[in-house]
Design a protein around this ligand. Structure first.
Ligand code: SF4
Length: 386
């Protein structure tokens, strides 16, 4: 959980629209090609009377080379290109704003086809370069320390929109040839949008596209248990991170409300059953909140809870933000907590604060600025900074 706490105020947008309704799609008659896995694309081309191998060429243009204009796909005949343009569109999130921190972290504000806003974050040298992606607009989980949780859920992202964030970051950061990791830790709960997330991972993993090895992908979840069990059976399985954040049922009921449905004990039992490969571990993320979950006893209880799990702990001192009713513990308290965990044989790391000068909790900048502004001012500021 590198930059959890994403929240973007979506002024004037209705939440009643339903999770998958996508208002204002520019041309719903033409299928979004960026949303299709390679076999789907090959079948679609075949059905149109074209050779299957053109599907692979198209997939490479879009995902491997980042080309989204059919006219630029020079190894396809002119007639084919115009036929494709009549049948398909290639939807890519639109870059609205990019902010670079003094530590190299870059936040991207992206506008989706229906006008909704999401954020993606580039975090350099962690130790690899990492892309933090959103999986939903808003989030239904309502974690008590998270700005996104306060938004509620607006809608799920499509697989094309999830994978499309990578295409935008690769293009903007000139990283077409570079290796990078992906963490699904931006806005949203990935296991609450299971099918689209898994489809996006298959699109990203395809050898004819960006070929992102699932071992370079980490999915972070608060523990939507039925879908965690499904994840355990996936052929393309990302690394798993559990947003734990508490060491008692009562504490977790308050901080991570889904715990009232799928409790801490059930979650940890599911983790014990989860197929973790040799030399790999499940990461347990623990946001540290002053005088709430940062005591010595919490540290000792955390170690006891993780007994029998191939686990490592990532401590995340809270990134304080307006609207979040918790404080960040002192560095001394964080270090003391970490040393208690480490002394008992559990690997532990403490997140470095990244991008604090651009508001590390993604979406925080927009949340803060939109609160005080009229819709006209918000629009003007977005135009001025885009
Ligand atoms: S799961 Fe919790 S921490 Fe993650 S985005 Fe949703 S509300 Fe925030």
């Amino acid at each position: 959980m590198l930059s959890r706490g994403c929240a973007i105020v979506q002024p004037g947008r209705s939440r009643k629209a339903g999770l998958d309704e996508r208002a204002k799609i520019k041309d719903p008659m033409r299928h979004d090609l960026a949303e299709m896995e390679l076999p789907e694309l090959e079948q679609a081309l075949e059905a149109m009377g074209h050779a299957r191998f053109h599907g692979r060429q198209l997939f490479q243009w879009v995902h491997k080379r980042g080309v989204v204009d059919f006219a630029d796909m020079t190894d396809l005949g002119r007639d084919l290109r115009s036929g494709l343009a009549a049948s398909f569109r290639i939807v890519t999130p639109e870059l609205v704003r990019k902010e670079t921190s003094s530590d190299g972290t870059v936040k991207f504000l992206l506008r989706l086809e229906d006008g909704q806003l999401i954020e993606s974050v580039f975090i350099p040298d962690t130790p690899a370069n990492t892309f933090c992606l959103s999986t939903q607009v808003g989030c239904a989980m309502k974690c008590g320390f998270c700005l996104t949780g306060k938004m509620g859920i607006i809608r799920n992202l499509t697989a094309g929109e999830i994978a499309g964030q990578v295409r935008v970051l690769v293009r903007e950061l000139h990283m077409l040839q570079a290796r990078f990791n992906i963490v699904l830790m931006g806005m949203g709960e990935p296991l609450h949008n299971y099918d689209a997330v898994m489809k996006a991972l298959r699109i990203l993993a395809d050898e004819h596209g960006l070929a992102v090895n699932p071992r370079r992908v980490t999915l972070s979840t608060v523990g939507v248990l039925p879908n965690l069990e499904r994840l355990a059976t996936e052929p393309l399985m990302p690394n798993l991170a559990i947003s734990l954040h508490a060491t008692t049922e009562e504490q977790r009921d308050l901080l991570v409300p889904i715990n009232r449905k799928y409790g801490l004990k059930e979650l940890l039992d599911a983790c014990r059953r989860f197929p973790v490969k040799r030399r790999e571990r499940i990461t347990f993320e623990y946001v540290m909140l002053k005088d709430v979950n940062d005591s010595d006893e919490d540290a000792r209880r955390l170690v006891r809870l993780l007994h029998g799990i191939k686990a490592k702990v990532n401590l995340l001192p809270l990134n304080e933000a307006a609207g979040i009713p918790y404080e960040r513990p002192s560095d001394a308290r964080v270090n003391r907590f970490a040393s208690i965990v480490a002394e008992r044989g559990v690997t532990v790391s403490v997140r470095k604060s990244r991008g604090r000068d651009i508001r590390a909790a993604c979406g925080q900048l927009i949340t803060e600025s939109t609160r005080q502004q009229s819709p006209g001012q918000r629009l003007a500021s977005l135009i001025a900074t885009s």
